[in-house]
Design a binder for this molecule. Structure first.
Ligand code: NAG
Ligand code: NAG
Ligand code: NAG
Length: 559
């Protein structure tokens, strides 16, 4: 019995395997190390490795080390050396070394490249993964290919879009000379398409169904990785031809992530460009007027470091769409009134100094004499809320804002400023449970309209649509208005077929056309807003998992 156990343990400890190159291949000899994901058996990576060998014109050796307990962090460097030695013993004389990792294995590869493995590899391939944010500026990486599936339910497409923005768009586009970290998305491929066999439980729980067969997926993966190696290590002619194919694939990826990046820009997503601080303007295009620019306590002082000059001023969605919906000018004599709004990102609880929305023109205490020719110049304040779990940068949880805490001037205040008479606060704001709701519906409609037709059709067929319910009024607690912590809520219906979205609002009556001290809070309407990027992320990723995921509802394993 004990003997049997020892034998089993030994067998488990060394499941590492390698594949010698296929017969009849020419050109350079490549050592390709393929690092498994967490709890993902080594054997499962064989078919994709064989597809790479088949697609490449080169003599490709593939070594797939087995890590202790299948967890690739432990003994990383030793295992890499070990499998290289095994292949050398079997006759390998590698001209180039490439390391590739899947999922947590790709995280391990990056730690290795930035540490013990620095300079040892000629290329890095990340699959079901992305270059970690902390390594975005690292100069220690060799040329790096990021290869993912658009249906990856773990390393989500929104995170891939973020990678595309930094690695491709910011460096000048797919064919810019300095672009050495291409991002390629394969359509119909999910997280597990890079491996094979049974999904580990965490993958099962979170992945989205692939829309290509296992074999099709492996062939697609094999071709891109083979092209990538040819673009780096081939003869001049091979380099040019394969390089052009990679550029093509990166451009196609740009089309796939375009709707997502558009949504992230509308949000002002913090991991594209960092948010500005309107108290210390560094981006000359913001031109945000401060209000009240006063503090009862000593001001907090400048941020360290100062935001870069291309920081994001505020949310374009709030400034250009939401604010107009709060004003509700259409179907009133102010339908021709022009509202010019600027939004800034601030913590809505910040009082050093206070940050409040304001109407600058017409000046407080005055109103336009003719609504038809009126121009209102106003500001809003928004605080996007991000899930702290995304700080781990694993792509598993939503990365876009879960809500905007946005402070608007009220409909009453804006309509009065436009010159409308007898504005009824009870109707415009106090009992108006439609304002935040209608803005959130508009964010969702925009996302549905902007998503690719393929993503939209998939979501409408298999996803959990949002339905928007009336705003709920927040009250006062011991520490003031409860609105700040009354989160935008997402409640699945009993049959899970829909998800109800509800905002809290907090209205305050106007006084003297706003001509009062800032300590008197008058003429505000606060909302919890749905970010158009969160709606987009729901359509592409999270809204699919219930009915189009890979969860096996029949087998609930309770540990
Ligand atoms: C990376 O580099 C950019 C541009 O040089 C810079 O703005 C940014 O702060 C850097 N990020 C980190 C994390 O160092
Ligand atoms: C709006 O008003 C502020 C404060 O008076 C001013 O700085 C800004 O230039 C105005 N913006 C527009 C577009 O009129
Ligand atoms: C103001 O609106 C409320 C709610 O719609 C309504 O009950 C009330 O009669 C209105 N007041 C006036 C003066 O029209």
């Amino acid at each position: 019995m004990l003997r049997l156990l020892v034998l089993l343990l030994l067998a488990h400890a060394d499941g590492s395997l390698f594949l010698p190159p296929l017969e009849g291949k020419q050109g350079p000899e490549i050592a390709l190390i393929s690092v498994q994901g967490a709890s993902s058996p080594v054997e499962g990576y064989k078919p994709a490795a064989e597809a790479i060998q088949k697609a490449s014109p080169f003599k490709v050796w593939v070594g797939i080390p087995q890590y202790l307990f299948d967890l690739p962090e432990l003994q990383f460097a030793a295992k890499v050396d070990d499998i290289l030695q095994q292949m050398e013993k079997a006759g390998m004389k590698a001209d180039h070394k490439v390391i590739m990792g899947h999922s947590l294995g790709a995280v391990g590869c990056q730690g290795y490249i930035a540490g013990k493995g620095q300079g040892k590899m000629d290329a890095l391939v990340l699959t079901g993964a992305a270059v970690l944010r902390k390594y975005r500026n690292s100069t220690k990486f060799p040329p790096t290919l990021t290869l993912d599936g658009d249906l990856d339910g773990l390393l989500r497409i929104t995170r891939q879009a973020e990678a595309y923005f930094h690695q491709v768009i910011k460096v000048g586009g797919a064919d810019a000379p300095g672009m050495d970290r291409p991002v390629v998305l394969l359509e119909g491929v999910d997280h597990w398409s890079f491996s094979s066999g049974d999904r580990p439980s965490n993958v099962k729980k979170n992945d989205i169904q692939a829309e290509v067969t296992v074999e099709e997926g492996h062939a697609m993966i094999g071709e891109v990785i083979a092209d990538y190696m040819s673009s780096l290590f081939g003869s001049d002619a091979e380099k040019a031809a394969a390089g052009a194919k990679i550029v093509e694939a990166v451009k196609k990826t740009g089309e796939l992530v375009e709707p997502i990046l558009a949504a992230m820009h509308l949000e002002g997503y913090h991991n594209l460009n960092p948010p500005c601080n309107s108290d210390y303007p560094t981006n000359p295009t913001c031109q945000y007027a401060k209000y009240p620019d006063k503090s009862l306590l000593p001001p907090a002082g400048p941020p360290k470091p100062m935001p870069p000059a291309d920081c994001t001023c505020g949310s374009d969605w709030v400034a250009n769409t939401a604010a107009n919906m709060v004003a509700g000018f259409e179907k009133t004599p102010a339908s021709q009134t022009k509202l010019v709004t600027k939004d800034a990102f601030h913590d809505v609880s910040d009082v050093r100094p206070f940050h409040l929305p304001h109407i600058f023109e017409p000046q407080p205490g005055t109103a336009c004499s003719d609504p038809a020719t009126c121009v209102i110049n106003a500001t809003t304040v928004s605080m996007p809320i991000y899930d702290w779990k995304d700080d781990f940068d694993v792509g598993l949880w939503p990365i876009t804002a879960s809500e905007f805490r946005t402070k608007f001037k009220s409909r009453e205040a804006l309509q009065q400023a436009a010159g409308l008479q007898d504005v009824n606060y009870t109707a415009t704001d106090e009992l108006n449970t439609e304002i935040c709701k209608s803005i959130n519906q508009a964010a969702y409609d925009w996302a549905l309209k902007t998503a690719s037709s393929k993503a939209r059709d998939r979501f409408l067929k298999h996803g959990q649509p949002y339905v928007f319910v009336e705003d709920k009024k927040s009250g006062f607690g011991i520490t003031g208005p409860t609105w700040i912590h009354d989160a935008l809520s997402f409640t699945p219906s009993q049959d899970k077929k829909t998800v109800a979205v509800q905002s809290h609002y907090f209205p305050l009556k106007n006084k003297n056309l706003g001509d009062v001290s800032f300590v008197q809070t008058v003429g505000y309407h606060y909302c919890k807003l749905l970010s158009p990027a969160r709606a987009m992320e729901w359509i592409y990723v999270d809204g699919l998992k219930e009915f189009y995921g890979t969860r096996d509802d029949q087998i609930q394993i309770v540990v």
